[in-house]
Design a protein around this ligand. Sequence first.
Ligand code: MIG
Length: 714
Amino acid sequence: MTARDLTTFEAQPFGLTLARTLSESVPIVRVRLSTRPDGSVPQSFALDDAASELRYRELSGSRLPLGLTVHRPVESRWELTLPLADDVRCFGLGERYSGLNLRGRTHTLFATDDKNHLEAIDSMYKAVPCVVLFRAGVCTALFLDSPARTRWRLDPDLTGTLGIEVASRRGFTFYVIGPAELPQVVGAYTRLTGRAPLPPAWALGHHQSRYGYESAAEALAVARELRQRRLPSDALVLDIHYLDEGRPFTVSPTRFADFEALVQQLHELDLRVVTILNPAVSAAPNDPLGVSGRERDVFCRAGDRPYAAPARPGLAHWPDFLRPDVRAWWGERHAFLIDRGVDGIWNDMNEPALFGDEHPLPADARELPPDDAQLFLQTTPEGDVGHFEVRSLYGLTMCRATWEGLLQLRPNQRPFVLTRSGYAGMQRYGACWLGDNFSWFEHLRLSIPMLLNLGLCGVPFTGVDVGGFDDDATGELVARWYQLGIFYPYLRNHCSIGRRHQEPWQFGSLVEDAVRRLLEVRYQLLPYLQGLFHEHRQTGAPILRPLCWHYPDDPIALEIDDQLLFGEHVLVAPIVTRGTRRRAVYLPAGRWYPFGGGEPLLGGRYHSCEWGWSDVPAFVKQGTILPLAEPSPSTARLSSAELRLRVFGTTARGVLYEDDGASRDYEHGGYNRWQLRVNGRKLRATLEHAGYDAPPRRVVLEGPGYRREVQLKR
Ligand code: MIG
C-alpha cells in the first residue's frame, strides 16, 4: 500500500496524559494520546463550546482506567484493549444495524454510503464512537474522539475482551465517563458533545416526501391531497428533482419553473418546504458555484488542484467543510433558498458519497495509505491531512455550515437541518434519519434498537423513512409503520424513485383512515414531545429510551429491544411482523393504562396484546399526566389549540412545557415549565419557570370518569 515496508516500521512512541474532571458529579477521565513533542492532540469537532468550561486536573502516572492498554504497533494503527466481563452489555456506537446489545461482533465506524442494509453491513452513514458499557445498572462510557476509521471488537469470540483499533497517524483523545447510572453517563457525555437545540414546532409534525416529486405540479398535487384527505401534516419535502441537474443552490427551470410560486402555495396550505442539498459541486468550467469555490480555493485538494470525481452533477468537487471560511461560504449560499421561502434543509450524500467509490478505504486495509493517497487532502487546524484521517467529520461539518448559515440568515428562527451522515456531537445541528432502509417488516423492527442506540450516544432527533425507502411497500406495512412512526421524534414518509408510491392514500381507505387517526394522535402528543425535547436539553436524556433507562434492575426489561419508552411515561410496543395482530408486550413494574382507554394492566410481566390497524400500540404509566393538544391539521395553531391534561390514575404528576415553537428565545429563558399534580380530582399547577407569555387557550382536565375545564394560574 505504501512505498515503505510497514512490517518493519518501528512503532513511534506516543505521549499520554491523563486528567480527571474536578467539578462534575460523574467522573470523566480524559486521556490524550499525542504524537507530537508538545503533547498536543488534533482539535476536536465533536466537543460543544460548553465543554470548554469543564475543568480537568492532570493525573500523574499513566495507569489507565478499566484495565485499558494502548499500543501503536505501526505508525497508522492504534490498538486499545480492555477486559470485558461476561455480563456487560454494549450500547451506543451511533448508527448500527443491530439489536440494542451490540456485543458479539466487530463494528467499524467510518462514514459510508452502503445501501445493503442487511446483516452483513458494517459501516453505515454515521460514526459516533461512543460505547456505553452497562453492567447491573452501572455504566461506563468510552468515547473515542477520532474521526478516522475505528473498529470496535466487542468480544465476538467470547474471550472476554473489548478491542478498539484506530486507523490514524494522528493522536486523539478518549474519555472514560462513569461509573454512574445510565442517565448520568449520557448526561455527562452530552455535556461534552452538546445537546440538541429545540426544533421549530412544525418540524415535529408529519413530513411527506418522495424521491422525488418530479415537478412543481406533482408536489402541489400531493400537498392538496394531504389537505383534502385531512391527513395532519407540516412539511413537503423536495428531493433532487427540484435541482437543476443536481447542482446545489439551483432550481430546475423546467420541472420547477415557478419555484417561488410553488413555495407560496405550499405555505398557503400551511405546509413548510424542505429541500435537499448534496455537497458535490459541479466541476464544469461555467458552473457559478464551482467558479466561486475555485476562486476562493474552498475544495478538498488532490495535490494543488481541487479534487474532482463523478457525482450527481457530473464531474464534481467537494467543499472542505473543516475550514471555517468554507463553512461560511457554503452557509451564505443558503440565501438562495431562504429568499425563495424554503423552510428547512436536508443534507444528503455527505459521507461523502462518491459515485462508484462507496468504500474508498478497503475494508481489509490494516494501515492507512499516505496522506496524499487518501482520495483527497483536507485542511485541519494542525495542517493538511489525508481525508481518511477525518472522513467521519464530513457530514458533521457540512451540517454545521448549514446550521450556522441558516442562523446568520434568520437569526431568531430555529433552523431545521436534516442529515444522513454525522459524527459525535451531530445532535447540535439538527435531525437525522437512517438512510435507505427497505419496505420490510425487518427494518420496521430494527428501527427500534437502532434509534435507541443513537439516543444513547446523545442524538435524540431521529427517525427512519416511514414505509421504507427501497422496495415496494404494502398497505399493511405502512399502517404498522405509522403505529411506531408517530413516536419517532422525526416523522417522515419517504420512498425511492421507481418504487410504489407510498403516500398514505395509495393503499385504500382502510390504511388511509388508520394513518389519519394515527397522525391525529401524533399531533395530540406534540406538547408532551416538546416537553421531552426540553428534558433532553436539561439532562441529555434521549426521547426514545430503552426500558433499562428507567428500569435498570429489571433483568427482563434489559433484554427488550422491540419496545421502547417514549419519555418516561409512555411505553410503545408495536407489531413488527407481517400477518400478525397480537404480540407479547412486557410491562415493567407499575400499572399501565392502554393508550386507547380501558383498565390498567399490571406490570412486571408479559401480556398478549391485540393491535388493530388504527390502534395506538402504547401504554401510559399509572400516575402520569399527559399534556395533549387538540388534533389539528398542522402545527400552525398549536400554541392556542385546546390543551387536554389526561390523567392516568387518582394521583398523578406531569410536566407541561410551553414556548412559541419558532424563535430562539427559549435559549434565554423564554419558556414556561409547569409542574402538574393531581390528587383525587384536584389539579395543582405550579409554574416552575416563567418566561413565555402564552396565548390564552382552553385547558381541560380529563381523568377516569371526569372531564372539566381548568385554569392554569400563574
Ligand atoms: O442517489 O436524493 O438516502 O433518501 O431520496 C441517491 C435521492 C441519493 C439517497 C438518500 C435518499 C434520497 C436519494 N439519495
